[in-house]
Design a protein around this ligand. Structure first.
Ligand code: NAD
Ligand code: ZN
Length: 342
């Protein structure tokens, strides 16, 4: 099969022929239709320090995908050939305290698809059946391809109750864009989006932001005043990984507020704990998705009218993977999709 592979340490990815993955009794073989490019894939392509210490080539990359069931292991009974599925990219150990308690997303030993095991940027991918999400009827197949980052957005946006609250989204990358629509759908009063990139601010405005802010030009204090907010943001969704932006958000929170932190900083972050203590804030780290409550919520919200379509901006054939990756790393893009069908 064709697959996009990190063949050796160093920058780049190669489209090569590799053997089809083997299938265990609890596994599902999935014929990949479409995939989404994640920042993780960009790190692996560019071979930054994180990738160099995390990835052991050769490795098929990629973890955002949708496809159809092509083969099932002898122990799999609740899926049929042709079913439309995506996969949870964190393969958990199943044995630790949290796994045994059903809190799979807290497993400290999970292995990442396309990071610690061969991924989905290929014509076929194999996953344990426990990781497979069978899509509900009438799902848009492009949206199905990005359930993984959509799940990051939902997990973060619903970390604190947003009904009637004033929400600040810091960073309108693909995940911040989707989180903006989710916060709006879930009943927030104001959703303010802070993002330096003009292309992304424009999409954020279309996805339900009350106000979009270029943080280099407008202060959040001024935005609050214009909106008539009295104290500060009740909920912050940190999706930039930028330390200065996180500190600025902290300074603009209301007493008792909650900050859900998804953005991954590239260095250690210092912050004023006095802000956290005297405003009695809750800071919560978010990693991945809740298995499988987040997946359920995604499916339900799509059925009840949530539209994350504008977050998808580019589409390519897998053969044009270089152009697809360039579009994803340009910044002037939302989600970039690659099609793996002939
Ligand atoms: P992205 O890099 O495309 O988006 C980050 C955005 O933040 C960019 O649009 C950037 O312009 C913006 N930004 C930079 N400086 C800013 C500032 N000072 N103020 C406001 N915005 C600023 O990434 P993404 O794919 O949307 O993911 C969002 C973040 O979440 C990234 O940091 C990513 O590494 C991280 N992530 C975490 C998880 C997890 O499980 N915790 C999963 C996926 C991604
Ligand atoms: Zn575990």
């Amino acid at each position: 099969m064709r697959a996009l592979v990190k063949t050796r340490p160093g920058p780049g990815l190669e489209l090569v022929d590799v053997p089809s993955p083997s299938l265990g009794i609890d596994d599902v073989r999935i014929r990949v239709h479409r995939t989404g490019i994640c920042g993780t894939d960009l790190h692996i392509r560019s071979w930054d320090p994180w990738a160099a210490r995390t990835i052991t080539p050769p490795l098929i990359v990629g973890h955002e995908f949708v496809g159809e069931v092509a083969e099932i292991g002898s122990n799999v009974h609740d899926l049929a050939i042709g079913d439309l599925v995506s996969g949870e990219g964190h393969v958990v150990c199943g044995r630790c305290r949290h796994c045994r308690a059903g809190r799979w997303h807290l497993c400290a030993h999970s292995i990442g698809l396309g990071v610690g095991r061969d991924g989905a940027f290929a014509e076929e991918v194999v996953l344990p059946v426990a990781n497979v999400w069978h899509h509900w009827p009438r799902i848009d197949p492009e949206i199905a391809a990005i359930f993984d980052p959509f799940g990051n957005a939902v997990h973060t946006a619903l970390a604190f109750p947003v009904l009637g609250e004033d929400v600040l989204v810091v960073g309108a990358g693909p995940i911040g864009l989707m989180a903006t629509a989710v916060a709006r759908h879930a009943g927030a009063r104001y959703v303010v989006v802070s993002e330096p990139n003009a292309f992304r601010r424009e999409i954020a405005a279309r996805m339900g932001a009350t106000v979009v802010v270029d943080p280099r030009e407008r202060r959040l204090e001024d935005v609050q005043r214009e909106l008539g907010m009295v104290e500060g943001f009740d909920v912050v969704l940190e999706m930039s990984g930028n330390p200065a932006a996180l500190r600025d958000a902290l300074a603009n929170m209301a007493h008792g507020g909650g900050m859900a932190i998804l953005g991954i900083p590239s260095e250690e972050v210092t912050l004023d704990l006095n802000q956290v203590i005297f405003k009695m804030l809750t800071l919560r780290g978010i990693y991945g998705r809740e298995m499988f409550e987040t997946w359920y919520k995604m499916s339900v919200m799509l059925q009840s009218g949530l539209d994350i379509g504008p977050a998808i901006t580019h589409r390519f054939s897998y053969r044009d993977h270089e152009a697809a990756f360039d579009a994803a790393s340009s910044g002037d893009s939302g989600k970039v999709i690659m099609d793996w069908r002939e």
